[in-house]
Design a protein. Sequence first.
Length: 400
Amino acid sequence: MGKLAQSISKYIIKGSFEVQGIVDRPDVIGALFGQTEGLLGQDLDLKELQKAGKIGRIEVNVNSQNGKSIGNIIIPSSLDISETALIAASFETVDRMGPCNVKIAIKEIEDVRDVKRKELLDRAKSLLSQTMSKIPETATLGEELMKSVRIMQIEKYHGLSAGPDVKTSDSIILCEGRADVLNLLRHGIKNAIEVGGTSVSAEIPKICKTKEITVFVDGDKGGDTIIKQLGQIADIDYVTKAPSGKEVEELTKKEIFKALREKIPVNPKTNHEKTNIFKNKEEECKKEKKHIFGFLKKNENKKSETMNRDAKQFIKNQLNEIIGTKAASIFEENNEFVGRIPIKELENTLTQLKCPSMILIDGELDLQLLKKAEEIKSIKHIGCTEKTNLKSKNIAIVYL
């Protein structure tokens, strides 16, 4: 009867009916065709529309029980929405099926394309998500390209792996091995050179003679060992370490530049003698004849220091600058600023300096740090932004 498949229709007419009697499928279809014939004119005659393929096969489901028949009808249409609505409305005019009364109600006209649009949109989202997850961002591609190019720039200098700028740069960075140099190179640092591991190469002292040297090592005991070895054989200017427990080769760009910003200067050697930068601080400081601050003086029994107003004001001004940083500032004699570091690295850093004279802390002073400071005889002042009850015979403690 119908030639139009549901897959090519634009609309689906859905309705239900209730018959006051027993009817079969042919009775329902016969009533629809018979009672709508000529109702809407020749152009919208149901039989002609089916012949033209504009109305599809009418599906009827009937269930008869207790002397009544109820069911539903489904009719596909490729007409436009207004013509489809007219056809649907015409079905509701049918009031007899055989000898029985019937009531037909059209529930909805479903737009098949809406369903297809929803399925299409869901599928498009899925495909787009899959595709986007496989396509790297342009910035990422550029960064990967630059990293590859930088890695290819690694070369040999005095037989050691080095960045391309080591030969010409006035300052260079000494790190443990080739992997460290590669990681620094990936992040744009081209003036790094390896020292050959814990067995420092004999070429390093020659390289250090004419350049400013920064030692950049792992945050472990191995890094400390390398610093000590370099301090004995080479003239180094600055020291910095990776965060505790981390290696230089695994640091991110942010961690690398943070460590380099927080490098600590090493005091220049005197009389051209090679001395260990970790030489006992007490022995070194006993030789110092000048007081660490011009405005500070010792009392007669030399057990404590009395500070004048200028000294206290200086310390308080410096404390104001570090509020909120959770950092510590270190000073040597004559108010010489050494550097600012995270508080958790303060104890380890103090062991690497010759004569630190004052430390300022954004926070409370704990007993462990105070004992450490008292072991270092050169420390005479500690400033804190938060008050505690700790006291010291040899160190003046100033609170903001």
